[in-house]
Design a protein around this ligand. Structure first.
Ligand SMILES: *Cc1c(COP(=O)(O)O)cnc(C)c1O
Length: 418
């Protein structure tokens, strides 16, 4: 991650001082590196250079328009899960013909919009959804391109909240039943079958579950061929993990080489939907130490970012490295702190038992928060959502300004007086 490194004890974002950026834009602040995002996407593009493919970045990981625009310009497609995300992709200059639409609860108006702009494919998650798409396409006099998202029943061996490919999860069509649903789709006048896919979970740290799932998809593909249904693509979803702490996930290159090996000799385009592995390493959350609070048992660093800004530690017990932005000017010995936010919840922490050399007013950086960071933020405790900036070489751009209290209050109203 050479886009974030220390020079003379000062954390740099590409060629800029992180402290100076925090001074300029205030904290809490999400900071993204354009070079980091590019490297994230290129790590997938390079190994696939000689294989027909489409990389559909999972918009939900980080949907800032500038982030989407950087990726769109490099040729990325997009995996969306709502019409809102579709509008973001369009506003960011993304190509609708490179969009796949996932999600278990697509509404009629969302399907309609997808057909209107000509997305590449609907990833269908149930038979009833298939019927809904048929109705919508018929009304519009169109043919809807579809792929079934099957549930291959493999254990992704990740956190239960982000495991999606087991029988008990809500996602996808049971792989045993998929053949019957394809047969049904074949009889529908406004449905065009083009593929099959799955997404088995997130933050996977080994290749095996992906390859098991792919094997099952390919067996299904063979069975379908025997029925006269020839697919154009196989979509293996996203889910490749990143190193937050001590994890050692395979590189995209290592993962994809195993995938390409399996696909050899088949006439199938590969679609993948990585989110976290592209965006997470490209982002920092900057926060300032407001107060240091000690009792007999513990020391707390109370910072100006909370669980409303960064939910992963309290929701998943996730680990993010926390480092001082400046390693200079702190002669004191390291102290073990719980780094906590100002929100009235015990679950409001960013990191527990972290050894830091800090004083009040110092800046801290949470690492690897470019994915599932800002997008999961809320206004809990009527806190304004953070600003977001993107660094490009020697320039920094505000890509979302800080919210104001007035904006938060604007949609609300009092009861009329009687
Ligand atoms: C969330 C999601 C992804 C992206 O997962 P990552 O772990 O961020 O790579 C891809 N596809 C679908 C259908 C998803 O729901």
């Amino acid at each position: 991650m050479d886009w974030f490194s220390y020079i003379n004890g000062e954390l740099m974002a590409e060629r800029l001082s992180v402290s100076a950026i925090a001074e300029q834009f205030d904290t809490p602040l999400y900071l993204y590196s354009k070079a980091g995002l590019q490297a994230g996407l290129e790590a997938y593009q390079q190994p696939l250079k000689h294989y027909p493919h489409l990389i559909c970045y999972a918009v939900k990981a980080n949907s800032n328009l500038a982030v989407l625009n950087v990726l769109a310009k490099l040729g990325a497609g997009f995996d969306i899960v709502s019409v809102g995300e579709l509008e973001r992709v369009l506003a960011a200059g993304g190509d609708p013909a490179r969009v796949v639409f996932s999600g278990v609860g697509k509404q009629m108006h969302e399907i309609k919009r997808g057909l209107e702009v000509g997305i590449r494919c609907f990833n269908v998650e149930s038979e009833t959804e298939l019927e809904r798409i048929q109705v919508c396409a018929e009304q519009m006099g169109k043919k809807a391109p579809i792929s079934l998202r099957v549930n291959p029943d493999v254990d992704a061996q990740t956190h239960p909240y982000i495991s999606t490919g087991l029988k008990e999860n809500k996602f996808g069509i049971d792989i045993i039943e998929a053949e019957a649903v394809y047969k049904k789709a074949l009889t529908m006048a406004n449905i065009h079958i083009i593929g099959v896919g799955c997404h088995i979970g997130s933050q996977l740290t080994t290749r095996e579950p992906f390859i098991d799932a792919l094997d099952r998809l390919l067996a299904l593909t063979d069975n379908l061929k025997a029925l006269g249904i020839t697919l154009e693509h196989v979509d293996i979803g996203g889910g490749l993990g990143v190193r937050y702490h001590t994890e050692t996930p395979p590189s995209p290159e290592s993962y994809l080489s195993a995938v390409i090996e399996k696909l050899k000799g088949r006439d199938l385009t590969l679609i993948i939907e990585p989110g976290r592995s592209i965006a997470a390493p490209a982002g920092l959350l900057l926060t300032r130490v407001e107060l240091i609070k000690k009792n007999d048992h513990k020391a707390f660093a109370v910072v100006d970012a909370g669980m409303n800004d960064q939910l992963r530690p309290s929701m998943y017990g996730a680990w993010h490295d926390i480092t001082a932005v400046s390693l200079n000017g702190s002669e004191s010995a390291p102290v073990v702190y719980d780094v906590v936010g100002p929100i009235c919840e015990t679950g409001d922490f960013l990191g527990k038992e972290r050894s830091l050399q800090i004083k009040e007013g110092d800046l801290l950086a949470l690492r690897c928060v470019g994915a599932y960071g800002f997008v999961m933020s809320s206004n809990y405790n009527t806190r304004n959502r953070a600003a977001e900036v993107m660094v490009d070489g020697e320039q920094v751009y505000e890509v979302r300004r800080r919210e104001t209290i007035a904006e938060q209050l604007a949609p609300e109203s009092l009861l009329p007086t009687s």
